[in-house]
Each structure stands twice: as C-alpha cells, then as structure tokens.
Design a protein around this ligand. Structure first.
Ligand code: ZN
Ligand code: ZN
Length: 726
C-alpha cells in the first residue's frame, strides 16, 4: 500500500509515515488528517513512497485527505525544508508555523467564490450623459464595465466607495452578476507620478537589466525616493506578468502604504498580510496569492512564506529593521529567508534602507551584493536637516530638557511650525526611588525595574506585564518621600505643557496608541496641523511625512553608547538617522538637536555630517577587531526555567559537549541573559561562533542531537541562529 510522509506540528525532527488507503489520493503539499497519539491532527504531505521501512502493522492510516484548497507548491516546501535545516527547528513545526492558522485547523475552509459583474441590457443602453456628473464613481464603474466584466475585487480597486455604488447600480437594474469571467489582466495601468531622478533611473536599470538572481542593496538617504524606485521595479515585473513580494517592518504596515501602491497600480490586485488581520481574511489572501491572481503581496515577516507561483521580484524595505527577525518559535530572519528564496527562484531581490544593517553593508562592500546609492533628496527644494548637538555634561536640565531645546521649541511655536521631541522611554519615569533608603521599584518577577505611569498611578513592568498601585510610602523603610528617577514620554509631555501652556501637545507611544485606530486618528491630527509639539517614541521615527515638521529634538540617547549589546550603537544610529529624517521634508529647512553628554563621540559626528559610510566604517573596524558579526557567524543557546541551578547545569553540560565536539568553533562561557530573570524564570545563555557559516552548520548538526539528549524536563531551551538580541 502506498505511504505518505507527513509533517506534523510536534517537536521532533522526523516526518511520520502513514498508509494511504486504496480509496484515497494524495499529492505532495496536500493537507491530510492523521491519527497522532490519541488525537487526530492536520499534517502536510511532504513525500510519497511505495512502501515504508516500518512494519505495516505499526503504521496507521490517513483518515482524510483535505482537498478543499490546492496543495502547497513544491517551491514553498523546499524553502521550508531549507529553513528547518538552517535554523535547526523541527521540520513539522517549521511547515506548520508558516501556514495561516486556518490551514492548520480541521474545520473546512470556505473560500468565497469571487463574483463577477457585467452590464445588463438596460445598463448597456444607458446614456451616460443623463447620469449626473457628480456620481463620479458610478461613471467610472459603468465605463469600466463597458469594456468587459470585472470581478468584485477589480471593482473595489476603482474606489473605496465602489461597493456602495455598485449596490445602487444593481438596484437600478444596470449591473448584474455574471458567469462571464473578466479577461486575464495582461496589461495594467501604471500611474506615473514622478519622472525618476538620474540616480533613481540608474538604480532601476541596474535591477531590471539583471537576469536571474542577484541581491541589491539600495542605500538611499531619507527622502531620496526609495519608494519611487520600488514602484518602477514593480511595474517592470508586473508588465512581464510576474508577482511581486514587498516585505515591510511590522510598524510600517499601514493602510497608507497599501493605498499608496493601489493608487500607483489601480488594476493590479494587491493583498496585504500582517498580524492585525483575522484568520479567515488571512487565508483568503494567501490563496489569492497562491492562485497567482494577487499580483502584489505586501506584508510583514510572515509574508515571506506566501506561495507565489509567478514570483518575479522581492523587495525588502527598511532591511535593517529588527522586526524582520522572529524572536520565538522558528527564529528566522525574513530578510535572510527572502534572499534564499530569491536565489532559489532565480529572481532579483532589493534590500532598501537609509541605514543598512552592517551585515548587508559588508556584503555590498565585498561584492556579494550590488550596491545602489541614492545620495540626494528627491524633491529639489528639500534640504537635509542641520544636525547639532547640545552638550548636556555641564548644563542643568529641566525635566530632561535643556534651555537651548526649550528656546528652539519656542521659536517653532512662534513660526507655527511643528516640533517632535523623541525619547525612547514610555511612561513617566523608568523607576521610582526612596530618598531615605535608596529603595528602587523593582519587579517581583523580573530582574528589571517597574516603570512609573503617573497618568493612572501605577507601576508597570515592561517585560512581564506585572503591575501594581504606586505605594504611598517606601515598602522598605516607610518614608513617604518617593521620587521618580529619569524621564519618560509622560513626564516630558507634562513638563512641556507647563512650560508652553498654550501649545497643543500630542504624546505618541505604545500607551497612547493602544486602541485600534487611535494612531490613524493622531496622524490625521498631525497632518491637519492640529498639533504643535509631538512627544513620542520610535513609533514616530518611521516612514511618516509631516510637511510642517521642522524641528526634531532627541533627549538622552547616551544609554546605548556604552551598552553591553554590541549592536546597540548600530541600532541607535539607524533610529536617530530615521527620526532626524522627519525634519524638513518639504520646502522648509529642518533642524535636529541632539542632547548628549558625549558630543564628540563618532556616532554624533557621523550624524552631523550625514555620513553613514564613515560610521559604518568605524563599526566594521570595531567588529573586526572584536571578532563579532559580520566577521563571524553565531548561534546562541538560550535556556530558562524556575530553578536557577537547573538552567546553569544544562548550559554547562551543553558547553562541555560543544568543546569536545569541534575546534572549528569558538565556545564562550555560560552567562546570565541581559534580563537575568523574567516572569519568574531564570535566564542564561551560551554563545558559539565560527568564522564560516559552513563550519557553524556542521557543528550544529552534531551538537543538536546531544542537546536533545540532555535532561531538561523543567526548562525551556532554544537555538537562535544569527541572533540579534542577547
Ligand atoms: Zn525607603
Ligand atoms: Zn516583570
């Protein structure tokens, strides 16, 4: 009897054999319902075989072949096998974690049949001149339907109010549903808004003239028009009948971006995939992509696994952004997986950033990637902002604000221009302190501190979610004089409101944008000029255009300069360059003021000179000397558990095994994690690195089975390949 090898969502590295009954037919990539233990679970057929090595009586049979949706394409299964191998994560769990939740569930999937619409005889006979001109959308729909039938999705791309208008026209008897399919969209409309600049044109041509796989790094300063390059590249791919995958960081995916691409390609079907959508919405869009009908797929990291039969181009915007790295389960980098996928499919991939990751920059320098540069702002009048440092080492600050910063804010208020104060800490103050005994508000379950949120008088842990009322007296000595230490967004907001009582101040951080739609509303307020001063965290740093914003003030960036995390200063530069890029995007010159006690630090010199390359060179030299990535490849073994000694014993045994195994890797000591305790779990880690990926992978193949053999019932451990956070 034929056998299928099935991937199942269990932490074992193997596939499972099942017999395929005579009445069943299955293909590779198909979903099947199989018995596993006492349950029945969904699995994916990865291979077909004539027979099994196991004795027939030991093999169970497939219960049902689920053929409601087409099987996963072989190309996707190959990619998932690669991810499982590279990230050393069980194949079944890798496959299942890439699928939309609905494809992992047993309930049948109802795919809404796409309804097509055409004109009735009455609609055809209708004289458009008699239809009032103000019914713009109805005119548009009727004109479009005159040529051919359209699907509901195609009609929706005509206008946001198209569905409502369509309903009216059906009631009028002009439009009806039809079985005539719309013609396959061979040609598509491309709205040319700008003529590309010479630099943009060069970048576009470099990519479009490429045959097969090539990885490009598009390094363009903020405002240089990277998006315009993307749009032209997308156009090129769409014209050839191909699909385009555009990956964006989690925080950037807004309806704004979606609408923008829709406006440029009004009749190409676009689907977006991100964490904020329902399971059924997600599976619907996934299947549109798999059928080839969705031509543009816009999504966050998980979208890298969308099946795309006609894939012709991959774009990764803000490629340096750490949200492309999944931090639990299958710890993959969507950017790196995208590069592998482009290679596997022989298509070009473009990584875009104003501040590339050092890994990508290094690869562009050594010729592995091709560097494309945009060094000018695209709008002719737009100047780069002037960046200055305010030396805070010898001046008194008022709630974190220097006199020079307050003066610059006053000037903007007078000129009726907007300002942004950037501080990367939400809450009122990072910690509460007793002035008598020095007690600090620590989290009972973590190694971190409880952050003071004065708005609702609570102390909150930003790591585990623990919260409590602000105590009236010190829990340690009873003293009632408790003082907030340090500054957060709420404190700055309050101080500014006291200093500028008439100013309209808006705080934008994770607390103020928690409710759905609140950030959209706030952005509208900013664009409508109903805000004078913005106080916010990194939410404000990314990709938003506020034409009346001319001043960006940065408070207290120094913490990252001497951090134990070797990537902290790389991230800081990216963040500051990005937030600085918000200033002066239109015809008004912008100014950026950085409050720092170390104005001579190379990072601030590079920011003042807008010189990413100089800064990257400083970092690369440092990393090479210290033997850090991109000069080495790393794996981090993390373990956590309620018993501290168990965690350390496990890691020490893991270390001994590693040392015995290989001399082509460097094995560090067992150390506590940066956050040594979180949510009542002790956390520690072991770093192993190697000069080549190949050696590291070879080592991991031998090491992982040994780890699996170590006693670890009461703790959790994981391997993080190419870790970003320590
Ligand atoms: Zn005290
Ligand atoms: Zn905590």
């Amino acid at each position: 009897m034929p056998v299928v090898l099935v991937a199942i969502d269990v932490p074992l590295s193997t596939l499972f054999d099942y017999l395929l009954g005579v009445d069943l037919v299955a293909e590779v990539g198909q979903r099947v319902l199989v018995p596993f233990g006492r349950k029945q679970v969904i699995g994916i057929v990865m291979e077909l075989a004539e027979s099994s090595e196991l004795a027939t009586e030991r093999i169970k049979s497939v219960v049902q072949v689920l053929d409601g949706v087409p099987p996963l394409p072989a190309e996707l299964l190959t990619l998932l096998r690669f991810c499982s191998d590279y990230y050393h994560y069980p194949l079944g769990m890798t496959v299942m974690s890439a699928l939309p939740a609905r494809l992992r569930a047993q309930e049948p999937i109802m795919i809404r049949q796409e309804i097509n619409f055409g004109l009735t005889a009455a609609g055809r006979a209708l004289d458009l001149a008699t239809l009032p001109k103000r019914r713009v959308i109805q005119h548009r729909i009727l004109q479009a339907l005159h040529t051919n039938a359209l699907s509901g999705i195609q009609i929706r791309t005509l206008s946001a109010s198209a569905p409502a208008n369509l309903k009216v026209m059906i009631e009028q008897g002009w439009v009806e549903s039809t079985t005539i399919p719309p013609p396959a969209a061979a040609a598509h409309t491309f709205n040319v808004v700008h003529t590309p600049t010479a630099a943009q044109q060069q970048a576009i041509e470099a990519v479009t003239q490429t045959q097969g796989y090539r990885c490009f790094l598009l390094h363009g300063i903020t405002g240089s028009g990277k998006t315009e390059v993307y749009v032209h590249l997308m156009n090129h791919a769409l014209q050839q009948g191909k699909q385009v995958l555009l990956l964006v960081p989690e925080i950037n995916l807004t309806p704004q971006l979606e609408n923008y691409f829709r406006s440029r390609f009004p009749d190409a079907e676009l689907v977006s995939l991100h964490s904020g959508m329902s399971d059924s919405e997600r599976v619907g869009k996934w299947l549109r992509a798999q059928s080839g009908q969705a031509r543009i797929v816009l999504g966050t990291r998980l979208a890298v696994f969308t099946p795309l039969p006609k894939l012709g181009l991959i774009l990764v915007d803000e490629e340096h952004d750490s949200s492309f790295k999944q931090q639990d389960g299958l710890r993959y980098s969507a950017r790196d997986v995208a590069i592998s996928r482009a290679n596997q499919r022989s298509v070009p991939i473009v990584l875009g950033s104003a501040t590339p990751s050092l890994e990508s920059y290094y690869n562009a320098q050594n010729g592995r990637y091709q560097l494309l540069k945009l060094t000018q702002r695209a709008a002719e009048q737009a100047q780069l902002p002037q960046v200055r440092c305010i030396n805070t080492s010898n001046i008194p600050l008022q709630e974190g604000l220097s006199p020079a910063m307050l003066a610059a804010l006053a000037e903007r208020l007078q000129r009726k221009e907007q300002s942004l104060i950037f501080i990367n800490r939400r809450g009122y103050a990072p910690v509460l302190m007793c002035t008598a005994c020095g007690w600090l508000s620590g989290c009972p379950d973590c190694a971190g501190k409880l952050v003071l949120h004065l708005k609702d008088r609570r102390l909150r842990c930003h790591h585990c979610g623990h919260q409590e009322r602000v105590p009236h007296a010190c829990p340690s000595c009873g003293n009632t004089d408790l003082q907030p230490v340090g500054i957060g967004t709420q404190r700055v907001e309050e101080a500014l409101q006291t200093h500028f009582p008439d100013a309209r101040i808006l705080r934008v951080d994770r607390d103020s944008t928690r409710n759905k739609g609140s950030w959209l509303k706030m952005r509208q307020q900013i664009q409508d000029d109903a805000v004078d001063i913005l106080v916010g965290t990194q939410i404000l740093a990314k990709g938003h255009d506020f034409p009346n914003l001319t001043l960006v003030g940065v408070l207290n960036p120094d913490g990252a300069l001497y951090s134990a995390d070797f990537r902290a200063s790389e991230k800081l530069f990216a963040q500051l360059a990005q937030v600085a890029g918000r200033a002066g995007r239109a015809d008004k010159p912008g100014e950026v003021l950085l409050q720092t006690a170390f104005p001579d630090h190379p990072i601030f010199r590079a920011l003042r000179a807008h010189d990413y390359d100089a800064w990257a060179q400083v970092l690369l030299t440092e990393r090479e000397q210290a033997g850090f990535p991109p000069y080495v490849f790393q794996v981090l073994l993390r373990a956590e558990g309620k018993q501290e000694n168990e965690v350390y014993t496990f890691l020490k045994c893991a270390r001994e095994a590693a040392v015995k195994l290989s001399n082509s890797v460097e094995v560090y000591g067992v150390v506590a994690a940066t956050m040594a305790k979180r949510a009542n779990h002790f956390r520690a880690q072991l770093l192993v690195q190697s000069a080549t990926r190949k050696d590291l992978q070879q080592f991991l193949r031998a090491w992982r089975p040994l780890l699996e053999g170590l006693p670890a019932q009461k703790l959790r451990w994981s391997l993080d390949i190419d870790p970003l956070d320590f």
